[in-house]
Design a protein. Structure first.
Length: 224
């Protein structure tokens, strides 16, 4: 796997839709293979993906709406570089939206999903002990979206996902997973007990705990 634009795989099967192109570029940005600030040239992307420039242009417009890409007159598109204020804002919105989604989801989460959540939390703890930190983000995301996918609002899930995607894997913290394992257990226990208010409050606290550590980290590497 390459880096930058070269990390994007050529489309196979039915080609050319803006959504397919957007998904490929989105994956490369969120994975960290295309770093913040990278210029996204339509011609280069079209060649790499094996499509015309039209779906590439439409895809970049979608990604701009999601907050992953920014366009500057006479300079074109580039992967957005977060400022510290944007990091703070994203966590504030995440705390509100994810708490609400958790409250909505609690009555609808099935016993087998509770079981899966507990398995993933155990696996998260094992990976922390084994030092397998590169694999922690995917497990954390599975926990969050197993819950949110039961909230009953596609728009709310989309908003949360867009906020998640603003933090590429290469900029995410992996050293704050000792505490979240226990935080996640408390959230799932509240969901299992059917206490939506408590589950939502615990999720908000979990996000805010992450925000404190993450903002401190980003303050050292990002502009104010």
């Amino acid at each position: 796997m390459g880096t930058g634009i070269d990390s994007i795989n050529n489309l196979t099967g039915p080609r050319g839709t803006a959504e397919q192109v957007a998904e490929r570029i989105r994956e490369a940005i969120v994975s960290g293979n295309i770093p913040p600030g990278t210029r996204l040239l339509e011609a280069q992307l079209a060649t790499r993906l094996g499509v015309s420039r039209i779906p590439v242009r439409e895809a970049l417009t979608r990604l701009e709406a999601e907050g992953l890409v920014e366009r500057t007159p006479y300079q074109g598109a580039r992967v957005i570089s977060l400022t510290l204020d944007q990091v703070r804002e994203s966590f504030m919105l995440r705390s509100l939206l994810e708490s609400f989604a958790t409250k909505l989801a609690t009555p609808h989460i099935k016993p087998e999903e509770i079981g899966r959540l507990k398995e993933v939390i155990d696996q998260l703890g094992e990976y922390v002990k084994a030092g397998r930190r590169e694999e922690l983000s995917a497990l954390s995301r599975e926990i969050h979206f197993t819950i949110y996918n039961r909230c009953g609002s596609a728009k709310l899930i989309r908003w949360i996902s867009e906020l998640y995607n603003q933090f590429p894997k290469s900029l995410r913290l992996s050293y704050r997973f000792e505490e979240p394992s226990q935080e996640y257990r408390h959230i799932v226990d509240a969901i299992e007990a059917g206490d939506a208010e408590l589950a939502g409050r615990l999720m908000s606290e979990h996000i805010e705990n992450g925000a404190r550590v993450t903002v401190k980290h980003y303050s050292e590497i990002l502009p104010a």
